[in-house]
Design a protein around this ligand. Structure first.
Ligand SMILES: Nc1ncnc2c1ncn2[C@@H]1O[C@H](COP(=O)(O)OP(=O)(O)OP(=O)(O)O)[C@@H](O)[C@H]1O
Ligand SMILES: [Mg+2]
Length: 146
Protein backbone atom coordinates (compact mmCIF):
# COMPACT_ATOMS: atom_id res chain seq x y z
CA UNK A 1 0.00 0.00 0.00
CA UNK A 2 1.26 3.46 -0.89
CA UNK A 3 -0.57 6.09 1.22
CA UNK A 4 1.43 8.79 -0.58
CA UNK A 5 4.43 9.39 -2.83
CA UNK A 6 6.84 9.02 0.08
CA UNK A 7 5.67 5.42 0.48
CA UNK A 8 6.11 4.83 -3.25
CA UNK A 9 9.62 6.27 -2.94
CA UNK A 10 10.46 3.85 -0.12
CA UNK A 11 9.34 0.95 -2.36
CA UNK A 12 11.35 2.33 -5.28
CA UNK A 13 14.45 2.43 -3.09
CA UNK A 14 14.16 -1.17 -1.88
CA UNK A 15 13.39 -2.36 -5.42
CA UNK A 16 16.40 -0.44 -6.76
CA UNK A 17 18.61 -2.14 -4.16
CA UNK A 18 17.32 -5.55 -5.32
CA UNK A 19 17.98 -4.69 -8.98
CA UNK A 20 21.53 -3.39 -8.46
CA UNK A 21 24.40 -3.77 -9.28
CA UNK A 22 23.38 -4.59 -12.88
CA UNK A 23 19.66 -3.92 -13.39
CA UNK A 24 18.43 -6.46 -15.93
CA UNK A 25 14.69 -7.02 -15.79
CA UNK A 26 11.41 -6.39 -17.55
CA UNK A 27 8.99 -4.63 -15.21
CA UNK A 28 5.36 -4.07 -16.23
CA UNK A 29 3.38 -1.27 -14.60
CA UNK A 30 -0.36 -1.89 -14.80
CA UNK A 31 -3.07 0.50 -13.70
CA UNK A 32 -5.55 3.03 -15.05
CA UNK A 33 -4.81 6.58 -16.18
CA UNK A 34 -3.31 8.50 -13.29
CA UNK A 35 -2.58 5.40 -11.19
CA UNK A 36 1.02 6.46 -10.64
CA UNK A 37 2.96 4.38 -13.19
CA UNK A 38 5.14 7.25 -14.42
CA UNK A 39 5.60 8.54 -10.88
CA UNK A 40 6.87 5.17 -9.65
CA UNK A 41 9.12 4.79 -12.70
CA UNK A 42 10.65 8.22 -12.00
CA UNK A 43 11.19 7.32 -8.35
CA UNK A 44 12.85 4.04 -9.36
CA UNK A 45 15.12 5.71 -11.93
CA UNK A 46 16.09 8.33 -9.34
CA UNK A 47 16.80 5.57 -6.80
CA UNK A 48 19.07 4.00 -9.44
CA UNK A 49 20.97 7.27 -9.68
CA UNK A 50 19.49 8.83 -12.83
CA UNK A 51 19.84 12.61 -12.67
CA UNK A 52 18.32 15.33 -14.81
CA UNK A 53 14.92 15.38 -16.43
CA UNK A 54 12.88 12.18 -16.60
CA UNK A 55 10.22 12.78 -19.24
CA UNK A 56 7.05 10.79 -19.64
CA UNK A 57 7.64 8.82 -22.86
CA UNK A 58 4.01 9.15 -24.08
CA UNK A 59 4.90 10.60 -27.48
CA UNK A 60 8.31 9.06 -28.08
CA UNK A 61 7.09 5.70 -26.65
CA UNK A 62 10.61 5.08 -25.29
CA UNK A 63 13.08 7.13 -23.26
CA UNK A 64 16.43 5.56 -22.38
CA UNK A 65 18.84 6.43 -19.59
CA UNK A 66 22.43 5.46 -18.86
CA UNK A 67 22.73 4.25 -15.28
CA UNK A 68 25.64 5.69 -13.29
CA UNK A 69 26.73 2.19 -12.22
CA UNK A 70 26.72 1.02 -15.84
CA UNK A 71 23.98 -0.35 -18.04
CA UNK A 72 20.83 1.12 -19.47
CA UNK A 73 17.26 1.64 -18.33
CA UNK A 74 14.52 2.08 -20.94
CA UNK A 75 11.14 3.52 -20.02
CA UNK A 76 8.24 2.71 -22.35
CA UNK A 77 4.68 4.01 -22.51
CA UNK A 78 2.74 1.83 -24.93
CA UNK A 79 -0.54 3.74 -24.52
CA UNK A 80 -0.46 4.94 -28.13
CA UNK A 81 1.28 1.87 -29.47
CA UNK A 82 -0.80 0.25 -32.17
CA UNK A 83 0.96 -1.22 -35.15
CA UNK A 84 3.09 -4.29 -34.35
CA UNK A 85 5.40 -3.27 -37.23
CA UNK A 86 6.38 -0.28 -35.10
CA UNK A 87 8.04 -2.79 -32.75
CA UNK A 88 10.60 -3.65 -35.42
CA UNK A 89 10.85 -0.19 -36.93
CA UNK A 90 11.52 1.51 -33.60
CA UNK A 91 14.18 -1.04 -32.71
CA UNK A 92 12.34 -2.33 -29.64
CA UNK A 93 13.17 -5.93 -30.51
CA UNK A 94 16.86 -5.07 -30.13
CA UNK A 95 16.29 -3.23 -26.87
CA UNK A 96 14.50 -6.21 -25.33
CA UNK A 97 17.11 -8.63 -26.67
CA UNK A 98 19.89 -6.67 -24.92
CA UNK A 99 20.48 -6.67 -21.16
CA UNK A 100 19.17 -3.76 -19.16
CA UNK A 101 16.16 -2.56 -17.23
CA UNK A 102 12.89 -2.17 -19.15
CA UNK A 103 10.02 -0.35 -17.47
CA UNK A 104 6.75 -0.68 -19.34
CA UNK A 105 3.62 1.41 -18.86
CA UNK A 106 0.48 0.10 -20.59
CA UNK A 107 2.12 -3.28 -21.34
CA UNK A 108 -1.26 -4.71 -22.38
CA UNK A 109 -1.04 -2.54 -25.54
CA UNK A 110 2.11 -4.40 -26.63
CA UNK A 111 1.16 -7.79 -25.21
CA UNK A 112 1.95 -9.65 -28.45
CA UNK A 113 5.49 -8.27 -28.57
CA UNK A 114 6.66 -8.02 -24.97
CA UNK A 115 8.72 -10.85 -23.50
CA UNK A 116 7.54 -12.34 -20.18
CA UNK A 117 7.94 -9.89 -17.30
CA UNK A 118 10.21 -10.42 -14.31
CA UNK A 119 7.91 -8.25 -12.23
CA UNK A 120 4.36 -7.01 -12.75
CA UNK A 121 3.02 -4.20 -10.60
CA UNK A 122 -0.74 -3.67 -10.48
CA UNK A 123 -1.47 -0.19 -9.12
CA UNK A 124 -5.01 0.65 -8.01
CA UNK A 125 -6.03 4.20 -7.23
CA UNK A 126 -8.18 4.26 -4.04
CA UNK A 127 -10.91 6.84 -3.32
CA UNK A 128 -8.73 8.45 -0.63
CA UNK A 129 -5.90 8.96 -3.20
CA UNK A 130 -3.74 6.22 -1.75
CA UNK A 131 -2.53 3.43 -4.03
CA UNK A 132 -2.95 -0.30 -3.54
CA UNK A 133 -0.11 -2.20 -5.18
CA UNK A 134 0.09 -5.88 -5.96
CA UNK A 135 3.37 -7.39 -7.16
CA UNK A 136 3.66 -10.62 -9.14
CA UNK A 137 6.81 -12.24 -10.49
CA UNK A 138 10.34 -13.10 -9.45
CA UNK A 139 10.30 -13.74 -5.66
CA UNK A 140 13.43 -11.63 -5.07
CA UNK A 141 11.79 -8.61 -6.70
CA UNK A 142 8.35 -9.20 -5.18
CA UNK A 143 9.91 -9.46 -1.71
CA UNK A 144 11.86 -6.25 -2.27
CA UNK A 145 8.53 -4.42 -2.48
CA UNK A 146 7.06 -5.70 0.81
N1 LIG B 1 2.01 6.99 -4.87
C1 LIG B 1 1.36 8.16 -5.09
N2 LIG B 1 0.79 8.81 -4.05
C2 LIG B 1 0.12 9.95 -4.27
N3 LIG B 1 -0.03 10.57 -5.47
C3 LIG B 1 0.51 9.97 -6.53
C4 LIG B 1 1.24 8.73 -6.40
N4 LIG B 1 1.64 8.34 -7.62
C5 LIG B 1 1.21 9.30 -8.48
N5 LIG B 1 0.53 10.27 -7.83
C6 LIG B 1 -0.08 11.45 -8.47
O1 LIG B 1 -0.99 10.99 -9.47
C7 LIG B 1 -0.86 11.74 -10.67
C8 LIG B 1 -0.76 10.83 -11.87
O2 LIG B 1 0.41 10.02 -11.76
P1 LIG B 1 1.16 9.41 -13.02
O3 LIG B 1 1.33 10.40 -14.10
O4 LIG B 1 2.38 8.75 -12.46
O5 LIG B 1 0.11 8.32 -13.52
P2 LIG B 1 0.25 7.25 -14.70
O6 LIG B 1 -0.22 5.96 -14.13
O7 LIG B 1 1.60 7.28 -15.28
O8 LIG B 1 -0.82 7.75 -15.75
P3 LIG B 1 -0.89 7.52 -17.35
O9 LIG B 1 -1.68 6.27 -17.56
O10 LIG B 1 -1.61 8.73 -17.84
O11 LIG B 1 0.51 7.41 -17.89
C9 LIG B 1 0.37 12.62 -10.50
O12 LIG B 1 -0.08 13.96 -10.45
C10 LIG B 1 0.99 12.23 -9.20
O13 LIG B 1 1.37 13.35 -8.44
MG1 LIG C 1 2.28 7.52 -17.24
Amino acid sequence: MWPDEAAAQASAETLAAALLPSPNAVIELHGPLGAGKTTFTRLLLRALGVQGRIKSPSYAVMESYELPGGGTASHFDFYRFGDPREWEDAGFRDVFAAPGLKLCEWPEKAAGQLPPADLQLFIELQPDDSRRVRAVGSPALVEALQ
